[in-house]
Write a protein that binds this ligand. Sequence first.
Ligand code: RB5
Length: 144
Amino acid sequence: MKIAIANDHHGIELKGKIINYFLKNNIEYVNLGCDEENNVDYVDYAKALCDSIKSGETNYGILICGTGIGMSIAANKVKGVRSASVTNEYCAEFTRRHNDLNVLCLGGRTLGIEVAKRIVDIFLNTPFDGGRHLKRVEMYESNE
Ligand code: RB5
């Protein structure tokens, strides 16, 4: 499993801490930027990350902006991407089990690292329940 991670200028610090967490846990990742404090457009980073997933280069993605919300809106415009801004462990678990989330969005300005690490851990280790949830996922995946 390989994870893509990307962010805007509000996500640099949290991304650095999550990358440390990846390194400690031998999680393979690709860092798609941004890594400098300049004001950037989060939409560009969401697109680059979704392209990486669609190409098969990576399996899951983590996007960080100020709130995680702009990133999730941008990522959800890409077909095949299921993305949400997640702020707690319960939502992390159920958005994997019921929505088969493949792009986790986090708020660099709203989340502390300990909660973020728990959310990432749950995101990476919780399987999709399938069954009746698969039918629902297929229903929104087939929307144009
Ligand atoms: C950038 O100023 C800010 O809008 C962005 O980080 C994010 O919070 C958008 O949802």
